[in-house]
Design a protein around this ligand. Structure first.
Ligand code: EPU
Length: 418
């Protein structure tokens, strides 16, 4: 097992290059299953999740090469449309293989994901959507078995604009017969990139980036090459670090993907300068307590809620942080309180009363973003913080300790006996 050892309260200064987006590359990797031949993906973040997904594709029969952030996926030899429990259980995004597998093979067996650290996270929209396209869905031994000779386009309306369900239905509908209309679709940048990638493969998609996506099925798709968009959540995490601890320039971002975070950081008192794809953030004289409420894009991302709470824990005054996407995503709160934060949870809100300082302690990661908030809090705290169970952070952040160390943080990874 490994842990991160952080000696906090050091000024951060310098540049950090933002990696490709985890949540963009995973559906793109799934889309490679739609075609025979080689898909080439550039700027692939080297993460536990991208490696787990590559492993899943290999189990399905694909050939993968991955080095220097470039991934080649040859799905010509995929012959076993079965995604087993041990991989789906490790990473819910494995469910993304369902849409492309049923589109290409007319059959898919994908283990039903269980709950996660912050609640049930159902997949009913994915399944109802596929049923609307004519798939027969059964649950057997914990596996979803989906079958359809050929999917047939239809109108699908989601009760909530789910990112995963939009991606799955998009991939299922690209070669369905006729027109599929997704109403109340997700318009997150990662879904926009998936749509654009599918279009480059030959798919016909209208309404990209809106809540109404129309897909006209095509008979043929061809493998393509793509470069993954920068990770707006990694970028948001470093922006929050800069607003708390110094002056950081983020290289290779898409500032429009971060508009709300930037707006909120300015309200907090930080200075933010945008220069094309670079963003510089500098801590202001004080850190104002600012409420946020998470929302679908372009709103404040739920994936930055935990990191925002870490910043608010040392702000002047009290703030309310409300998560409307996941009602129970607050496993970081008791851990932040171990560092001296004063946070209580009421329903789907955290009430954060700013304290003068945090004091280092031993804490435990519970999921990807909770871990990021603990690293930020450790960097802000006086003394030493040990972050345990960091495999969670390795799922979603590439080289986090090296990136922070280059900015002047005293942070290192150590191995410990189980
Ligand atoms: N929902 C349902 N039924 C469904 C699908 C979703 O009720 O069939 C609900 C969820 O329970 C949730 C809401 O709809 O309340 C939104 O969930 P969504 O489907 O959009 O989430 P997801 O696709 O499972 C992706 C990201 C998450 C991110 C959410 C929200 C990936 C691989 N994961 O999950 O990222 O929090 O969108 O933006 O893209 C992370 O990176 O740490 C992470 C958890």
């Amino acid at each position: 097992m490994e842990k991160l050892l952080i000696e906090g309260n050091h000024h951060l200064k310098g540049e950090v290059r933002i990696s490709g987006a985890k949540n963009a590359v995973l559906p793109i990797m799934a889309a490679a299953l739609l075609v025979e031949g080689e898909t080439k993906i550039n700027r692939v973040p080297d993460l536990r999740d991208t490696r787990t997904f590559a492993n899943l594709l290999e189990i399905l029969g694909a050939k993968i090469q991955f080095s220097n952030n470039e991934m080649l996926i040859d799905a010509s030899s995929v012959d076993k449309p079965i995604a087993p429990y041990d991989l789906v259980n490790k990473m819910r995004a494995s469910f993304y293989v369902l849409g492309p597998l049923i589109a290409r093979f007319g059959k898919a067996v994908v283990s039903l994901p269980g709950g996660c650290a912050w609640g049930p996270r159902p997949v009913d929209y994915h399944l109802k959507g596929l049923e609307k396209l004519g798939a027969k869905i059964e649950l057997e031994g914990g596996d979803i078995i989906a079958k359809a000779k050929r999917l047939i386009g239809n109108k699908i309306r989601f009760d909530f604009p789910s990112v995963g369900a939009t991606g799955n239905i998009l991939m299922a509908a690209v070669n369905a017969l006729g027109e599929t209309k997704i109403e109340n679709a997700a318009k997150e940048p990662e879904i926009v990139q998936l749509c654009e990638f599918l279009v480059s493969m030959g798919a016909k998609i209208d309404g990209i980036g809106t809540t109404e996506i129309i897909i006209n099925g095509v008979d043929e798709l061809k493998p393509q090459q793509v470069s993954v968009i920068p990770d707006r959540i990694e970028a948001g995490t470093f922006l929050i670090a800069g607003a708390a601890l110094g002056k950081i320039t983020l290289k290779d971002t898409i500032p429009e993907h971060l508009s709300v975070v930037i707006e909120k950081l300015i309200e907090v008192g930080a200075e933010v300068v945008i220069d094309n794809n670079d963003i510089t953030v500098k801590r202001g004289k004080k850190i104002n307590a600012i409420d946020i409420t998470t929302a679908v894009f372009p709103g404040f991302a739920t994936d930055l809620q935990a990191q925002w709470i870490a910043l608010m824990s040392i702000a002047e005054g009290s703030s309310i942080v409300t998560d409307t996407i996941y009602n129970d995503r607050f496993s970081h709160v008791p851990e932040l309180n171990r560092l001296g934060a004063n946070i209580t949870v009421e329903g789907n809100s955290a009430i954060v009363r700013g304290v003068n300082e945090l004091i280092g302690a031993e804490v435990r990661s519970t999921d990807i973003r909770a871990s990021a908030s603990l690293v930020l809090a450790g960097l802000m705290a006086k003394g030493t913080t040990e972050v345990n169970h960091i495999y969670h952070i390795d799922r979603g952040y590439e080289n986090i300790e090296n990136k922070f160390a280059q900015l002047g943080a005293k942070i290192r990874r150590i191995s410990v006996d189980d």
